[in-house]
Write a protein that binds this ligand. Structure first.
Ligand code: NAD
Ligand code: UDP
Length: 312
């Protein structure tokens, strides 16, 4: 049994991770300030004898004894991370410094939930880890993209300078149950709109692409990375390489929900990446042949069931 700290543990991905780590026989400490996460995401874990929930903001130092730290605290949806951009960048940068400082002191292994956004609006396609990206440092998305890039730098420097045992994964668009219905990300928006019979809002002409990964596939990759061999710290892409346009996604959601919703087009937000697809060669090699198993249609059906229950 390991003692594991999950920052951002009451969020969408964090809540699934806490549950899975508990099911695997670990003790889990979930730390969250509830900015975008919620106690309702982890309420079913409260009675577990090895689960502990702590309200804390990672921009402030935190002291605890654990074996492993998963650093997930950070709003991930453009709507939420742009709401208070200074706080977003503080969360990424000061959160990384505080958690790396903790890892250094207690000699814990620490994994950073980085993002495909470090590639910005990529010119190289699909994206390999060796690509440095195409990021606007002064745009609306910069607080998130540059915060996450700086966090990667901090992770690498703590390894070099202080020998901290780090792991970095670059997560590509992930979806599933426990997404916040007001999250603003495309999968939750389209499903909620389709279930309510509201217009499906495509930003721009809908030809931009994303590669959608179901949350269970991400968890498998993330946990394999945390427990990967000494001497491998990444960064490693964890995502589903099958790429869809937003138009294709909208049509699939309408079909699966049997909805009468109509598609409408709204303006494309600033710096919205036109295409995104992970090259997962490195993940396959280093993470024991890891690859995504859940097809978009299967994952959407499970996510639709969740939102259907939530919306009543
Ligand atoms: P989410 O918004 O559901 O979860 C983030 C959690 O962090 C929330 O519970 C929030 O309350 C908490 N949080 C935010 N600021 C905090 C702070 N200052 N102190 C403590 N807690 C704080 O988002 P998610 O999709 O679950 O993302 C989790 C992590 O994975 C994030 O770091 C995100 O950048 C990364 N990621 C997610 C995706 C994706 O597609 N979902 C893609 C790439 C990277
Ligand atoms: N998007 C959309 N309609 C929505 C929400 C998002 O067309 O209601 C588009 C958005 O412009 C982007 C893609 O869907 O091109 C993915 O957006 P999301 O916010 O989910 O993630 P990110 O842009 O961070 O990959």
């Amino acid at each position: 049994m390991k003692r594991i700290l999950v920052t951002g543990g009451a969020g969408f991905i964090g809540s699934h991770l806490c549950e899975r780590l508990l099911n695997e026989g670990n003790e889990v400490i979930c730390l969250d300030n509830y900015f975008t996460g919620s106690k309702t995401n982890v309420v079913h874990l409260m009675d577990h004898p090895y689960f502990e929930l702590i309200r804390h903001d990672v921009t402030h130092p935190f002291f605890i004894e654990v074996d492993q730290i998963y650093n997930l605290a950070c709003p991930a949806s453009p709507v939420h991370y742009q709401y208070n951009p200074i706080k977003t960048i503080k969360t990424s940068v000061m959160g990384a410094i505080n958690m790396l400082g903790l890892a250094k002191r207690i000699k814990a292994r620490i994994l950073q939930a980085s993002t495909s956004e470090v590639y910005g609006d990529p010119i190289v396609h699909p994206q390999k880890e060796s690509y440095w990206g195409n990021v606007n440092p002064i745009g609306q998305r910069s607080c998130y993209d540059e915060g996450k890039r700086c966090a990667e730098t901090l992770f690498m420097d703590y390894r070099l300078q202080n020998n901290v045992d780090i792991k970095i994964i670059r997560i590509f668009n992930t979806y599933g149950p426990h997404m916040n219905p007001n999250d603003g990300r495309v999968v939750s928006n389209f499903i909620v709109q389709a279930l309510k019979g509201e217009d499906i809002t495509i930003y721009g002409d809908g030809t931009q692409t994303r590669s959608f990964q179901y949350v269970d596939d991400l968890l498998e990759g993330m946990i394999r990375m945390m427990n990967s061999r000494d001497g491998f710290w990444g960064p490693v892409n964890v995502g589903n390489p099958i790429e869809f346009t937003m138009l294709e996604l909208a049509e699939l959601v309408i079909k699966l929900t049997n909805s009468k919703s109509k598609i409408i087009h709204l303006p494309l937000p600033q710096d919205d990446p036109t295409q995104r697809q992970p090259d997962i060669t490195l993940a396959k090699k280093e993470l024991n042949g890891w690859e995504p198993k859940v097809k978009l249609e299967q994952g959407l059906v499970k996510t639709i069931q969740y939102f259907d229950g939530l919306l009543g």
